[in-house]
Design a protein around this ligand. Structure first.
Ligand code: PMP
Length: 459
């Protein structure tokens, strides 16, 4: 049986030994933050690392350990850390003022690039985060249709706000959600995206649905893959039924293609939630979409047509620093091949890892789309060939099962011991500045990590 305990593990012991300063900082954090953390996904046993600095595809922790970084600022850093173009843009703006409390030209430049890249962005409203973008998108959809029900899909993540705070991987239960009003829960339908017929039937038969929100590539940014056919079906039915379709492209926007997943698949939603890459690694998000829906935010249109305008404030909407970084990032995406290059490196990493899994006789597989990669850890021992793994040929449960693999946390620690920081899924978010050498080093790190796990009986 694999060892699920943190004690008596050479991997944990070695990690503890080389991250002493991080351990000490984490102890200091206990009487400051609940659980010592500022973000739920930083949770790591025995303790998380504290990062001192980052540059390009690398980062260094406070103990001086170097990592090739595959967490990529939770997906925001398509061009890696401290890219000179972005640093210059932000430095230039910081000296000119961080908040004019007024309109500024950078917001126009930024929005123009969003409209250039995202074809469905007839109008743009900036927010401070992806959570806020989706919150506003949902309110717009309910106001536009005059209907109440929001359809969302099991395990899809749309931020932490009340309307989507359940039915996600982190809070699967939709019965009794602490802190969320029953009235909100009752107006959200959590549907199974892997039962397309039932979804279609529901959308066709109910008259109370305002909107459908989805991660178009599947739950957790595609960790549980959903093919194009599902998105296409949902688009068709929602269009026929006058239901607002919201694509949450907070992760996939500018990453699946310069124009997001919607351009890659040729399926266009009514409204899109954007963040992460949009703001070049600074805090920022946006709701973009159909002019007639976005007009609910327009004072003059509301007055002329006699409806109550949707109120939307936000101290940091289109903040000049985020606008400067976002403009620099989106300019690079529009004019250079950064999205394509990151995607190419993602494919190389998957190939390299799958070669290691095959050589090491591990029933695991690296899969994903473009520059996002996940590791299928296969706790149920499904018979697979890592080098011929088809992510659309397995049921959702097989992918969700990775979460309960007893060695999942240890794999991440072992990779860190070997100089690689992957995301907690586990997965790898590529940037355009990762190199072939990084991929070769990362493949070797995976080989050593798998062997370490084998040695202590964890796999
Ligand atoms: N949607 C998706 C698909 C996300 O992955 C995230 C963040 N991980 C969000 C929304 C929320 O964005 P933010 O953290 O900027 O609020």
């Amino acid at each position: 049986m694999p060892d699920t305990h943190l004690s008596n593990s050479p991997i944990i012991a070695a990690y503890t030994e080389r991250t002493r300063k991080s351990a000490s900082l984490f102890r200091d954090a206990q009487d400051k933050f609940p659980g010592g953390l500022v973000h739920d996904s930083r949770r790591m046993k025995p303790h998380p690392i504290y990062v001192d600095r980052a540059e390009g595809a690398r980062k260094w922790d406070v103990d001086g350990n170097e990592y090739i970084d595959y967490y990529g600022g939770h997906g925001a850093l398509l061009m890696g850390h401290t890219h000179p173009t972005l640093v210059a843009a932000v430095n230039k703006q910081i000296a000119r003022g961080t908040h004019p409390a007024a309109c500024h030209e950078l917001e126009l430049d930024w929005a123009q690039l969003v409209q250039l890249l995202i074809h469905s962005a007839e109008r743009v409203r900036f927010t401070s985060s992806g959570t806020e973008a989706n919150l506003l998108a949902i309110r717009l959809a309910r106001a536009f249709t005059g209907k109440t029900k929001l359809v969302r899909f099991e395990n899809h993540f749309h931020g932490w706000q009340d309307h989507v705070a359940f039915g996600s991987k982190y809070t699967p239960d939709a019965e009794d959600v602490p802190g969320v009003l029953k009235g909100i829960v009752e107006n959200v339908i959590v549907a199974d995206p892997h039962d397309a017929d039932a979804v279609k039937e529901m959308l066709e038969s109910r008259d109370d649905i305002a909107a459908v929100i989805m991660e178009p590539t599947g739950a957790s940014s595609g960790q549980v893959p959903l093919g194009r056919d599902f998105a296409k079906m949902v688009r068709q039915v929602t269009q026929d039924r006058g239901i607002v379709l919201i694509f949450d492209e907070v992760v996939t926007g500018f990453r699946m293609s310069p124009g997001g997943l919607q351009a890659a698949w040729g399926i266009f939603p009514d409204i899109t939630g954007l963040a992460k890459i949009l703001a070049g690694g600074l805090p920022g998000g946006a709701v973009v979409g159909r002019r007639d829906i976005m007009e609910l935010l327009d004072y003059d249109v509301a007055e002329a047509r006699g409806f109550q305008k949707i109120s939307h404030h936000g101290t940091y909407n289109a903040n000049p620093l985020a606008a400067a970084a976002g403009k620099a990032m989106l300019t690079a995406i529009a004019e250079e091949d950064v999205t394509e290059r990151a995607a190419e490196m993602g494919a190389k990493l998957r190939d390299a890892w799958n070669a290691v899994f095959a050589a090491e006789d591990m029933p695991w597989a690296a899969y994903g789309l473009t520059s996002t990669t996940y590791i299928f850890m296969n706790p149920d021992g499904i018979n697979i060939d890592p080098q011929a793994f088809d992510q659309f040929a397995h049921p959702a449960d097989a992918f969700l099962a990775t979460d309960r693999h007893p060695a999942r946390a240890k794999l991440r620690l072992a990779l860190m011991l070997n100089g690689v920081d992957v995301s907690s899924k586990p997965g790898a978010i590529m940037s355009s500045v990762h190199t072939d050498d990084d991929v070769a080093e990362t493949a070797e790190a995976m080989r050593r990590s798998v062997r370490m796990l084998k040695e202590e009986g964890a796999v």
